[in-house]
Structure formats: C-alpha cells, structure tokens
Design a protein around this ligand. Structure first.
Ligand code: ADP
Ligand code: GLC
Length: 488
C-alpha cells in the first residue's frame, strides 16, 4: 500500500509537540508493515539539512505554484526518516519557511500552508506516484482533500487516491478570511454558508478536511466521542457527528527507541520495572539539575508541557500555596503563554526549595524529568491523546491526570479495594479536584509497596506503535474501500 504522509512537524527534523512524535514514529512502523511511505514536510529554518543528510532534488527545482495573482516557486529536497525505508520529502520555499518559528501569526500563515499542500501534490505528480491514501494531519494539511477534488480532479493519477484526515487537536483549525480561497485557487462557487470550506464566513482548513476526506480519525477513542459534543467540538461537533460512521479513534503509541528507561541515552541512570533502584538516582540528578534539595520523604511531581490553556497549568494558580505546604516538590518545564511563564517563574522564586521552573524547550530535560519524577501531572482541559502520560507510565512516574481524551483511555485510576490502576485521575476541570487528587496520590505514596505496584502496572503497559500502525493500516484499507465504493 502506498501512503503519502503529510505533516507540518516530524521528529527528528523539527518539533513543537506530539504531532512531531507521531510523524517520526508511525510512518516507520507502517514501512515495517510493508507500506511504501513518502513523508512530506516544509523545510523550515529549524531543520538542519546537513545534519540529517537532506539534499536538493535536482528534478524538483523552481516549481511554480499559483498564489492568487502571484507565482511562488518552491524546490523539493529529499532525505530519509532515520532507521527506516521512509522517504522524507521537504518543501523549500525561503519566503515562507525561513523563519524563527515554525508556526506564526503573520498575515501570510495561510499562504505558507497553501503552498505546502499544493507542493505535496505537485511532487506526487512529478514522480508520477499515485498514493492509495493521502494521510493528512491537522489543519496544515486539511485542504488536500479539497485540492484533490476541485483543483486536481482532472489528473487521472489520483483517480484511486483516497484521503484520511487525522485530527490531532481540534483547537487549532486553520481559519482564515475568505480571501484565502483565492490564494488556494479553490473554486468560489464552493464557498457559501454551510459549505464544506466555510465556517462563520471564514475558510476553515480543518473543516474542509473533516468534510471532504474519505475517512477521519482522531488520536484516542475517547476524544473521537468527545469532539462530537459542543463542550469539545470547538464548533465542528455537528459536522463530526454527521460523519460519525467515518470517524474512528486510534491511540498514539510510544516510540520505544526514544522513550525507554532501559536504553534512554538522555538520562544518567538506566532502569527498568524489575530494577527500579536507579530511578532514585535519576530523582537525585533531576533535583540537582533543578537546584532543589533532595528529601526522600517528598514526592517529586514533574510537568513537561506547552503552556497553553488546553493543558490546565492555570489550575495550579489558586492552589499553589496549599500545594507548597504538602510533602512535595515540583519541577516544571514549558514555554508558551507569557502570563503562565511569569506565574511559574514567580512561584519558583517564592518557593526556592520546592518549586523549579524552566521556561523553554529542552528535550534532554524532558527525559530527565520523566525519569526523575515520582508523579507526572497533566490536568488538561482536553487532551486528544497525550504522549507525556504514556512516557511517564513507562518511566514509573505515576500520572495524575484529568479524565479526558487519551488521558482517560490510558490512565486507570488507582483502586484501593481491587488493587488495580496505574495512576490517579479526576473529572472536574477545577483546581480543587486537582488538589484533592494530588493529596490522594501523596497519601498512597507513603506506602512504598503499594506505590511500587502502581508504578509497576504502568511500566508494563504496552502502548507500542506497532499495534497503532496495524490499526492505521486497516483504516487505510477502509479509506480506500470507501473511495472506490463512492467511485462505483
Ligand atoms: P501536545 O502535542 O499537545 O503538546 P503531547 O503530550 O502529545 O502534547 O506531546 C508533547 C510532546 O512535546 C512530548 O514529546 C513532550 O515531551 C514534548 N514537549 C512539550 N513541551 C516541551 C518542552 N518545553 N521541552 C521539551 N519537550 C517538550
Ligand atoms: C496534539 C494533542 C495531543 C496529541 C498530539 C499527537 O498536539 O494535543 O494530545 O498527543 O497531538 O497526536
């Protein structure tokens, strides 16, 4: 099966969040299952071409794309996803991608990803390579089904090509003024109130993907249900509900080449479920790095997160004083919202022995926090899948999470009577519910034996990418089939 995997970020080339982890792991597993995968990604400034052996493809130089009344040229570059047979294709277009950040709020944000999506299709044409499925990920690739239908429908190369739209986060929809339609070259007659391309007068990339892709999925079963409701659907709930027979949830996996406490090169002391002694040494190393004193009676609570509303970091604010009275220390790594950054910095100044905040993006520290923490906190307002709780389960950092989306599907609340569960969870998105749950976890933490059992249950969970990749492969088949059913 031939798969075109289009994404706006991918490990190890460029990452801001979990989508990059998915794009770096899923195509590799798919290739192991016999799929031929071509991966497509913009060549941002952040991508180090020479480090990754990415070279210009001479046959893909200066390809024109019409952008309203202008012509924009792009170049194709070519590399490999490491340790795999996956071809990685990069779209070079300095005017759009030579920027400090990979996502911007500049007025030409729409153009950047319009160019990218046309470029993906142009390269497929140049290679005369007809994918069975174009796998689109999030709004940055959400227009591809529309482009294939309206702009490239004439090209018989794509007559059997189906599309799968994966929603990694419905909070980001790619909504732009109606004038974007012209830039994309989409037909004006397809833009009217309630049409697949339109949302409240805007062109909405994600809505277009959800409406026009042959199949849709999201990254956990729970989130697939949630987004069909007004509380979680961010305005797209009715459209999703109307396509519920084409919508599935496939949980992300853990890339064990990157996230395994036994073999993690980014932590000082490797350990495993049966040899937990080294975890304590990692805790000491983490506290040293964070500048906090070690106290074996205190639990270390880790957090690694983008600082955005979704992640619930603001819930710490009203309860921070009470938290700091408890036998715990917190080590937080994150960046994003300036107010939250200030709050974290101030808390670290106010509680220098109990609270450490690192503002920024630091891959190595994220591994050390996961290895060195006793507990890992994710009080998300919503969480499509969430990877950090799966990493923390594997590393014996018992997760404390809000019961939503992928967090609900992976973290099973500790049950005293049945001696079951791998973490702690709460329902209400409230500071008090979080405080109560942290207190509950600290209570259990005192009983070392029970704690080790909870840790152990988490560490032996198997969230392998292989299992998820098999589900994606089955979903590609269903996607292909639904396309040919329609064609017939
Ligand atoms: P999301 O994609 O919504 O940010 P996920 O839990 O799916 O949430 O994935 C987040 C990924 O980004 C994880 O691999 C996490 O370790 C990483 N990450 C987030 N913030 C940082 C940071 N400040 N420094 C290093 N890694 C981070
Ligand atoms: C999004 C979601 C996160 C998910 C990731 C990868 O960024 O917020 O929950 O794990 O995508 O699918």
């Amino acid at each position: 099966m031939k798969i075109c995997f289009a994404t706006s970020e991918c490990v190890p080339f460029v990452k801001t969040g979990g989508l990059a982890d998915v794009a770096g792991a899923l195509p590799r597993e798919l290739a192991k299952l016999g799929c031929k995968v071509k991966l497509f990604l913009p060549l941002y400034r952040a991508v180090d071409a020479s480090q990754h052996g990415i070279l210009p493809a001479p046959e893909l130089a200066n390809i024109p794309v019409q952008m309203a009344d202008r012509t924009v040229l792009f170049n194709g570059w070519y590399g490999k996803l490491p340790d795999s047979k996956v071809e990685a294709h990069f779209i070079e277009c300095p005017q759009y991608f030579e920027r400090d950040a990979i996502y911007t709020d500049k007025p030409d944000e729409d153009e950047r990803f319009i160019l990218f999506q046309h470029a993906v299709i142009h390269i497929l044409q140049r290679y005369n390579w007809a994918p069975d499925v174009v796998h689109c990920n999030d709004w940055q690739t959400g227009l591809i089904p529309a482009l294939l239908k309206y702009n490239y429908g004439w090209d018989t190369l794509f007559k059997n090509t189906a599309t799968l739209m994966t929603i990694h986060n419905i909070g980001y929809q790619g909504r732009f003024p109606a004038t974007s339609l012209l830039k994309a070259g989409l037909p004006a007659e397809q833009f009217y109130p309630g049409s697949p391309l339109e949302l409240d007068g805007d062109l909405c990339f994600l809505k277009a993907g959800i409406t026009l892709a042959d199949k849709i999925n999201t990254v956990s079963e729970q989130y697939a249900e949630e987004i069909q409701t007004p509380a979680y659907g961010a305005g797209l709930e009715s459209i999703l509900a109307s396509r519920r027979h084409d919508l599935t949830g496939i949980l992300n996996g853990v890339d064990t080449q990157v996230w395994s406490p036994e073999s993690d090169g980014l932590i000082p002391y490797p350990y495993s479920a049966s040899k937990l002694a080294n975890k304590k040494k990692n805790k000491q190393a983490l506290l040293r790095r964070a500048g906090l004193p070690f106290n074996s009676e205190k639990a270390v609570l880790g957090m690694v997160t983008r600082l955005v509303g979704q992640k619930g970091v603001a819930l710490l604010q009203p309860i921070i004083r009470e938290l700091m009275q408890l036998p715990l220390q917190m080590v937080v790594l994150g960046s994003g919202d300036k107010k939250l950054e200030r709050f974290l910095r101030r808390t670290a100044q106010g509680f220098p022995d109990s609270f450490s905040a690192t503002i920024g993006y630091d891959n190595q520290l994220s591994h050390l926090i996961t290895a060195g923490s006793d507990m890992f906190v994710m009080p998300s307002q919503y969480e499509p899948c969430g990877l950090n709780q799966m990493y923390s389960l594997a590393y014996g950092a018992v997760p404390i999470v809000r019961r939503t989306g992928g967090l609900a599907d992976t973290v099973k609340d500790y049950h005293e009577y049945y001696q079951a569960g791998n973490g702690f969870s709460f329902n209400d998105f409230s500071a008090n519910a979080l405080l109560f749950t942290i207190r509950r976890a600290l209570d259990i933490f005192k009983s070392k034996r029970t704690w080790r059992e909870i840790q152990h249950r988490g560490m032996v969970e198997n969230y392998s990418w292989l299992a998820s990749a098999k589900k994606y492969k089955a979903s590609y088949r269903a996607t292909r089939k639904s396309k040919s059913d329609v064609a017939i």
